[in-house]
Design a binder for this molecule. Structure first.
Ligand code: FES
Ligand code: FES
Length: 165
């Protein structure tokens, strides 16, 4: 089995895996990082999202060998120096999760959005989050938390923001 070295949350890890193994499996099974979840396994739901060089990527359909030396960030890598990331704090303040299963993907997709667009409009939030699915329908609170983390708390979320397709 070939060795592959990955950069994950600022550290290098070498694993012996089939190069076609989905990145999600390596993160969960070899590196013991359980932030990314297995939902659909088909790139459809977003539960397995990680950041690769800052882009939100569905790790269930990404071959481990294709990542190369890119920097992978998982949910476990957001808190720094014992302090939660502002998005994580906003998630707590807005009491976003219900069952919690999708929330890894919600938070990391939101991070990719705010890193590029620090003060997004409601439409930009809707667009960025529209493919990250939540069967518990936490969409309204997700959007409120993103606005809080962006310093836009107190501005109303438009009524039509209460759900996603
Ligand atoms: S588990 Fe990867 S997109 Fe659903
Ligand atoms: S909180 Fe249950 S699936 Fe989103």
């Amino acid at each position: 089995m070939p060795s592959i070295t990955l950069r994950v949350n600022g550290r290098s890890h070498t694993v012996d895996v089939d190069p076609t193994t989905p990145l999600l499996y390596v993160l969960r099974n070899d590196l013991d990082l359980h932030g990314p979840r297995f939902g659909c396994g088909l790139g459809q739901c977003g539960a397995c999202t990680v950041l690769i060089n800052g882009e939100a990527v569905r790790s269930c359909v990404r071959a481990t060998s294709s990542v190369g030396s890119a920097e992978i960030t998982t949910l476990e890598g957001l808190a720094q120096g014992g302090r939660l990331h502002p998005l994580q704090q906003a998630w707590i303040d807005e009491q976003v999760p219900q069952c919690g299963f999708c929330q890894n993907g919600q938070i990391l997709t939101a991070k990719a959005l705010l890193d590029k667009t620090p003060r997004p409009s409601d439409a930009e939030i809707r667009q960025a989050m529209s493919r990250t699915l939540c069967r518990c329908m936490t969409y309204y609170r997700v959007q409120a938390a993103i606005k809080r983390a962006a310093g836009l708390a107190g501005t109303a979320v438009a009524a039509e923001d209460g759900g996603a397709a």
